[in-house]
Design a protein. Sequence first.
Lengths: 356, 318
Amino acid sequence: MSEDSIKRISPLISIILGLLLGYLLLLLVGYDGNSGFKYLFQGGIKGITEGKYRRIGDTLAQMTPLMLTGASVAFAFRTGLFNIGASGQMLFGGFVAVLVGITVDLPPVILPLVATLLAGVAGGLYGFLPGYLKAKYNIHEVVIGIMMNYVSVYLVQYLVKILIPGKYVIESAHIPKEASLKMSFISNIFRGSPLNAGFFVGVIALIVIYVILEKTTFGFELKAVGFNKDAAKYSGMKVNKNIIYSMMISGCLAGLAGATFYIGYTNHIKLGTVPTLGFDGIAVSLLGKNSPIGIFFSSFLFGYLKNGGSFMASSTDIPRELVDIVIAIIIYFSAISFVIEKFLNKLLVKMKKEGK
Amino acid sequence: MLKIIIDVMPYAIMVMIPMFITALGGLVSERSGIVNIALEGMMVVGGFTSTMFVYYYEPILGNTMAIWLSLILAGVVTGSFAMIHGYASITLNADQVISATALNIVAPAITIFLARKMTGSQNVNLQTGVPRIDVPILSDIPVIGPMFFKSFYMSTVVVLLIGLAVWYVIFKTKFGLRLRACGENPHSADSNGINVFKMRYIAVFISGALSGIGGAVFILTVSKEFSGTVAGLGFLSLGALIFGKWKVSNVLYATFFFGFMKTLGNVASVNKDLRSLGLPMELYNVLPYAMTILALVLFSKNTVGPKAAGQPYDKGKR
């Protein structure tokens, strides 16, 4: 085992510790941990071997926005920025998608596509301000991001009320069927699961950011800024411009997440709350070590756990919040992953010595 | 106009008080060099602790006793909860924003989880809370009386006194000077014999305790019900801390302003006089956040916050 493979297994250790502590919590509080975890693990894939794809479809549906918010947070991370504002960008992008879906008249298939793209643009524009303020005034993007999340909540609430009010004051109008990212051929395969074309949007986005980050000069510059701002500046890169671009692309990905969620998963917007999926994106990106492939797997894991959590909650008396607890523990261990890595390295050195 | 202010004032103060003490929690932590964006989560934990204590012990101890004890307990429990953040960011030098995010996610999850286990529901209603009183004599003064002394909470006085104490300890004592030194220049603090790690741990504990009390006061006065959330008040407190330039008196004004705006937003659609102004409720609600962003831009020319906030203390670095 090398140092590289240690870096690769440390996320697994975070997951195992998260699940283990979740399990201990169940026992400690007096729940039946074994049956709880049985349902938790079964719920996300049950029936897959018998050709019943409903549950795996649900898992992939849960995974879809996470893939994109995870990509959003990760993209910013690579440039050394912490996009805690993904939630707000997602909500704003989602609002634009819903607005387009309701008010614009276009042929089916084209309409959801246009709505999704415009959601990405809207999210990108929403990401401009934190990027600009960071570049121009060196203001920490985290505080701006938090404030912008709430600005987004009230802005969207106001715009929904005057433009697309719903039947109840707490929600927007529902989008027409033609505007939805739900495609009948997908729904047929997965037996009415809310899985939708947003999944492909997510996969394509991951591929695109892989290409940008690994195969282009632009991506190299972004990463260089993330590694060492001063060195990047010294070698002639336009650091400030890159910070703004990075934040806007990150916002764009969050906006796409909003589209997949609001015109794919649900078909309206619930007003007055910050969507938590943006924060889950932080977990996804950390666990996936900010790489597109890692994000794919970690978003699958969280989608799987969330879906399994619902199944567990309906089959036992264990609250579904257990899953959020496990996710939070995983974030915590990811935050201190280098401590785990250091420990493993020490262990490795020791084992090698004894081996000789 | 004056009538609107008189009507709104008691509610504005009610909303302001939990924000004020929570922002003070943020102040203590950030002054020592540890950024604390987990104020929201800590408020939730404090609110939960206090709710549960009052829920079970009010019948035995009586209202007054149960409420004051619950505030103390909320402080102790949340202070301990904050140590999770402290351990990651002080001892392990982890990214302070990430570990705080973990706390923000785990707080509503674990409290709802426990509330469901204990009471069977994620919403725990309290019959009472901190009682409201009309202060004798003072509440009869015209204008000022109904603004400040009618339907008055004792917890308001307690929180303001705590504010005074925080100001005194942080800005007027040797201990406070040392704590602030850790947030400005930990290396020179260390070379002067100050134990930076210890100071920061103490600061994070106090930070948790104060925000926990903030969350408890929120539940016991504003919401009267625990449901796993403090409605973004923790993040708003963080905004107030920045808006108030990390100074106690300014934070007091900032939280008052934010509380006032928040209240206007809440009553905009109900209050006749406000409705005649025709402004959307969202405008009042969004102002505190927008003004925090504006404040950051205005302050950005000269750094006003603690210089070393957010940076782990590495002894070998210079």
